[in-house]
Design a protein around this ligand. Structure first.
Ligand SMILES: [Zn+2]
Length: 274
C-alpha cells in the first residue's frame, strides 16, 4: 500500500487513480453483504463525511482534538475503536460493539451531548453568513397541538426572511445507522421523515419545516445540504464568493459534528465501560 507522502507530488490523474484503487481495496475487505456495514460504507464515503479531513487546523473553529480525530477516522476506516468485544456498558449492562456505536443507542445512558454543540455552531455559522439579509433565531418557541407531550417545545433554529417574512423552521436529528436502510432509502432519509411527521403531529406550524439530519458516521440528509447551499447563496454576491462561503459552512458543520461525536465516545470510553 502506498503512503500518503508518496502519493503527494504525483500528477492529479495518477493520484486519483491510486485513490480509486485504494478505495476498491478497502471496500473489498468490508462485508457489504451485511446491511449495517453496507450503510456505514455509504455514509463514510459521502462527501460531507470526509470534509473534516480537509479542514485547516490553523483556524480555531476547525480545530479537532487528536483523540476525537482518531476516533472518527477509525470508525470511517472500519477499524475497531475498542479492541475487545467483551466490554460492557455500565449503564445498561449490554456488550458494547467494537465501533462503540452503542454510545448513541444505549437506552439507559441518558441524554447525549451531541445535539446542542452542533446546533450552536450551525447558528453561529449561519449568523456570520446571513447576518444582514435574514434573521437567525436559536431555540424559538413552538405552538404545541393538544396531543403534544413535550414540555416547553422549541425549534432548534428558525430562519426568517426579513423581506418576505417567510419562516424556515430547522430541527436537527442525529440518527445512528439503521439496519433497514438501503441504497435508495438511507438512514438520514428515515430521520428526515420521522422529524417531519413529528412536527405535523405535535405543532401548529407557520412556515416550512426543514429536518437537518446527520448520521453518526457523518452523512447528511438532502434537506440539510439544500439548506446550507441556500444560506450560502443568500450570503454571497457572486459565484466565486458562493463557493468559498458554502465550503466554509459545510466544513464548519462537519467539524462540529466530528467534535461532538468524538467527545461523546471519548467520555463513554473513559467512564461507561467495564
Ligand atoms: Zn448501554
Amino acid at each position: 500500500m502506498l503512503l500518503a507522502c508518496e502519493i503527494r507530488g504525483l500528477p492529479q490523474r495518477i493520484k486519483q487513480h491510486i485513490h480509486f484503487r485504494l478505495f476498491q481495496e478497502f471496500k473489498s475487505k468490508c462485508n457489504l453483504e451485511d446491511p449495517l456495514t453496507a450503510e456505514i460504507i455509504r455514509s463514510v464515503t459521502s462527501k460531507e463525511s470526509g470534509l473534516f479531513l480537509n479542514a485547516d487546523p490553523r483556524e480555531k473553529k476547525f480545530q479537532i482534538k487528536d483523540a476525537f480525530f482518531i476516533i472518527h477516522t477509525k470508525r470511517r476506516l472500519q477499524m475497531n475503536v475498542v479492541k475487545e468485544s467483551d466490554l460492557r456498558c455500565k449503564s445498561c449492562d449490554k456488550f458494547v460493539d467494537v465501533m462503540t456505536e452503542h454510545t448513541f443507542c444505549c437506552a439507559k445512558l441518558g441524554k447525549n451531548s451531541v445535539h446542542a454543540p452542533i446546533v450552536k455552531s450551525v447558528v453561529r455559522a449561519f449568523k456570520e453568513v446571513i447576518g444582514a439579509s435574514g434573521l437567525v433565531k436559536y431555540e424559538e418557541r413552538l405552538d404545541p397541538k393538544p396531543a403534544c407531550v413535550k414540555e416547553n417545545p422549541r425549534a432548534d433554529v428558525v430562519l426568517v426572511n426579513i423581506v418576505t417574512g417567510q419562516k424556515q423552521i430547522v430541527d436537527f436529528i442525529f440518527p445512528t445507522i439503521k439496519e433497514a436502510a438501503t441504497d435508495v432509502f438511507s438512514t438520514v432519509m428515515f430521520a428526515e421523515k420521522d422529524k417531519v411527521e413529528f412536527y405535523e403531529k405535535n405543532y401548529y406550524i407557520e412556515g416550512e419545516v426543514i429536518p437537518g439530519a446527520i448520521d453518526s458516521y457523518g452523512r447528511w440528509g438532502d434537506k440539510l445540504k439544500e439548506l446550507v447551499s441556500n444560506v450560502a447563496k443568500s450570503g454571497s454576491s457572486c459565484e466565486k464568493e458562493y463557493s468559498q462561503v458554502v465550503n466554509r459552512l459545510r466544513t464548519e458543520i462537519a467539524v462540529s459534528h466530528v467534535r461532538a461525536i468524538g467527545k461523546q465516545i471519548n467520555s463513554f470510553l473513559a467512564y461507561h465501560l467495564y
